[in-house]
Design a protein around this ligand. Sequence first.
Ligand code: GLA
Length: 739
Amino acid sequence: MAIQYQENGRIFTLHTDHSTYQMKADSYGNLLHLYYGDRTEGSMEYLLTFGDRGFSPNPYEAGDDRTYSLDALPQEYPYQGSGDFRSPALAVEQADKSYGLNLRYGGYEISKGKYSLPGLPSMYGEGLEDAESLEDAESLKIHLTDQVSGLAVTLLYGVFPGYDIITRAVCVKNEGNGPAALKRVYSACLDFLHGEYDLIQFYGRHAMERNFQRTALCHGAQVIGSRRGTSSHQYNPFLILAGRETTENHGPCYSMSFVYSGAFKAEAETDQYGQTRMSMGLQDEMFSYELKPGEIFFGPEVIMGYSGHGLGTLSRSIHKAMRRSLCRGKYKTIPRPVLINNWEATYFDFTGEKILDIARQAKELGVEMMVLDDGWFGKRDSDCSGLGDWQVNVKKLGGSLGSLVSRINGLGMKFGIWMEPEMVSEDSSLYREHPDWAFAVPGRKPVRGRSQLVLDFSRKEVADYIFDSICRVLDSAHIEYLKWDMNRSIADVYSAAGKMAGGDSPGSILYRYMLGLYDLLERLTKRYPDLLIEGCSGGGGRFDAGMLYYTPQIWCSDNTDAVDRIRIQYGTSFGYPISAVGSHVSAVPNHQTGRITPMKTRGVVAMAGSFGYELNLSAISEEDKNCVREQIDAYHKYWHLIHDGAYYRLTNPFEDREAAAWLFVREDKGEALLNTVALETHGNPLSLYIPLEGLDPEAMYRDEDTGTEYPGAGLMSAGIPIPPRTGEYQAFQVHLRRI
Ligand code: GLA
């Protein structure tokens, strides 16, 4: 059993293959966190120490015992009002406007399989998807109640032993007689009794997402989050707490991934006693969710990972877990078509014939799917109009969508299309008909973003209308792929549906917006089970575990420059599987940076993801065309390694200036693909030696291209030489097979 309950001591133990998580309902009924770390047996209660600590108060029932304080003891789910003055996970404004709350243990349930969350994405265990590789999960619910208000809190835990993953979520039910307003709901909290930690987080901006930042925790909180209604380019909802000495291959590290695509908050704080608290949940600024008697609220899931052996192992656990037990649909396990997208080739300036030309040329080089990006609908020749009017611009395409798609299918290519369903342009028929469907504060002019407004998906009739519009497009032609875009941050959150009057706040509307979006995506994936959906939000502005439940790949960044992409994809790889990373070869000079990189390098970088092209292939040289043919063959050959293999970061592009290197290794270690890109060029260049990882030390490996044979242990200790090179940004791929 992965989940054990020890009656004597009321101790809950959650075991994965290599980790143990433990908590205890103590004699006062408080739920204390005892341990999370390397797998161990037995009770860890001995870790608790008690002392009379000034200004750390004592619960009433502790009587004269001043050594018992929730301000000093590790909490499993801390809440405002308990006398713990660290950052709470739950804050509730009661009917009497107080923040009084006293959550006491009220029982538990253990079950086979993984819990699910109504209306919200979450990891699943066996039985929900029928792929063979699924994990056998177990679930635990712990009930806590507040006698006075009748508020019932249930903590949910899912244990995936083989992935070394534990999930958490929370559910709050109002079983009392008066209303309660939820002011903060975090889904997970981890208290560490001691230790010095670094916080690793992934900050960024549009076209430069998920930069790696590692800083030492100190007294005071480090807080990241998003107020933008989306998970955002600026801070990704993924966090790692690592020991000071932890590296890729050594030392303890803990991660939290939020399975949610809206506004969030995450914190890490070292307190007065040198203890550290890490937590993650919904953004609480402007948040207020009114819970009437009988109503129930679900906080989104947090996926927690632990590795005692460094960041690489942690990432590989997360990759496997998300790939197998979070992503869904037909393309979860089969190769996705190599695509060409016309965006950077044409922007808005295209006709049906031009698209066909791009498709013809691409087909000749081996590309398998044509994706028609923005500009095919309504009045949309720039980004100032047309969103919301999802009717084909027949004049621009020179005919119906159906006829264009049949001609593309006739070439032997699949067809995919771009949409931005959550948005509306003021210059559109939809907006003229339903101005109140867009977020805006009554009597005030809304903030525009990319000249567009956001549709209020918290309203069912709005989401339903858009659902029907999408279905009409998808039913009108043989469409096998949808790029689901979302190109602005959400401001002016105010629902004109009259909900705001009843105590709802912008924060609750944003939460309901996400439920509306998820519901729409769920309906879409049910109705079109074979449709491949790629998420996108100005590139990687909504690159999160929530979207991965509906869209197994996400356009990683609007920045397609190979050198910048090395950094962006490096950062992304910490928390997300390689199969999720939408990555394309584009033209040079690159449209975002002006940089020129070789075609081969662009291919090697884009291949570390779900591969495609985004340029006019007719405009490139014959030599580059041959390179494209080779790249597509290589991608097919290496697909299983890239998508299902174990991923190793061999360098850190934020520190190692000379070259970047990463490696894919088949699970049985029988095959590996090394990728390197030189980042600097110098006179009289040196050879570079790159030590590999994850190979079989006992085995010999052969380079498939040159026939050179290498000992596995030698490759890992002394490395493999990359010969002296001239020319900027040269890339090398070495394919090794065990002999
Ligand atoms: C966003 C996307 C791009 C492209 C444009 C179209 O910026 O990230 O890939 O689809 O929108 O307007």
